[in-house]
Design a protein around this ligand. Structure first.
Ligand SMILES: Nc1ccn([C@@H]2O[C@H](COP(=O)(O)OP(=O)(O)OP(=O)(O)O)[C@@H](O)[C@H]2O)c(=O)n1
Ligand SMILES: C[C@](O)(CO)[C@H](O)COP(=O)(O)O
Length: 261
């Protein structure tokens, strides 16, 4: 993405006809334990192709020419280790880096990352899971572009391959759960990251919305603002369980073979 200007929803320059510089920051929550991945180091610090997953995620954000700051939200007791890792894997010139300690929940970690962004400097803020290390730059740029064109919140997402059932949770693991509904699959999307936001909107969401949510866009929905979907990418999947790590290694090996790096 070469144009650093904010565009109106029609794609034309803003009302004053003078493009206003638009800057993008990316917040990477990386403070989770990775319980579902099994015992070991915090998930973001585990190796993928010999390099910590977090480094892949940071590089994926820095690969966008629009991103000029990356804020890494480190495991609460791991900020020093994370700083050391980032020093050992420098970013391309022109991308600044900050590291802050995370919180108990993903929501809390994102909020801590947002707190270190200076007001009035970054128009667009991305929130990207360290656990999605292989998102292609085309997806990152598509999200940024949609925010620049006027959407307060943008999520990359894919149609579902499986039929989804809504159940009445049985409460006891292993007990059959009654199905209460089958949502129309063609209307459902599986949401990925980076999710992109107008900076002020995301700050408002994180300072006013209470209650647990599983993504940042849900908070904007609760403000009554619109959230739009752009196409996600198969390789932006989240490394959650052990099999995901096998898939991530395979994708990386294929890229290295194809791209020769
Ligand atoms: N307190 C937390 C919890 C999660 N995350 C981050 O949020 C992203 C998505 O979370 P998830 O994949 O659920 O990671 P974990 O919480 O580590 O996984 P698990 O639930 O299996 O422990 C990850 O990059 C994770 O590091 C975070 O920054 N702070
Ligand atoms: C933000 C997210 O990756 C969008 O799919 C997802 O909701 C994170 O969920 P998790 O339970 O914290 O992995």
């Amino acid at each position: 993405m070469s144009d650093e200007s904010r565009l109106s929803p029609t794609g034309a320059p803003g009302p004053a006809e003078t493009p206003v510089p638009a800057r993008t920051a990316a917040v990477i929550p990386a403070a989770g334990r990775g319980v579902r991945l099994g015992p070991g180091a915090p998930k973001a610090l585990r190796a993928l192709g010999g390099t910590p997953m977090l480094i892949h995620a940071v590089r994926a954000m820095a690969a966008s020419r629009a991103v000029s700051l990356v804020v890494v939200v480190a495991p609460p007791d791991g900020a020093t280790e994370v700083k050391g890792l980032l020093d050992a894997h420098p970013l391309p010139e022109g991308t600044d880096l900050l590291v802050v300690p995370g919180g108990e929940t993903r929501q809390e970690s994102v909020r801590r990352g947002l707190e270190v962004l200076p007001p009035g400097v970054y128009d667009v803020v991305l929130v990207h899971d360290a656990a999605r290390p292989l998102v292609p730059v085309e997806t990152v740029d598509a999200v940024i572009e949609a925010v620049r064109r006027g959407a307060p919140a943008v999520v990359p997402a894919l149609p579902l391959a499986d039929t989804v059932k809504q159940v009445e949770p049985a409460g006891v693991p292993g007990t059959p759960e009654p199905v209460v509904a089958t949502p129309e699959r063609s209307l459902l999307r599986a949401v990925q990251t980076p999710q992109g936001f107008d900076h002020d909107t995301l700050v408002r969401a994180h300072t006013t919305v209470t209650g647990e949510v599983t993504d940042d866009a849900s908070m904007v929905e609760r403000l009554g603002l619109s959230v739009v979907v752009v196409p996600g990418h198969e390789e932006a999947f989240k490394v959650t369980r052990p099999l995901d790590l096998v898939l991530a290694e395979a994708v990386l090996a294929r890229r290295r073979h194809t791209d020769g790096f």
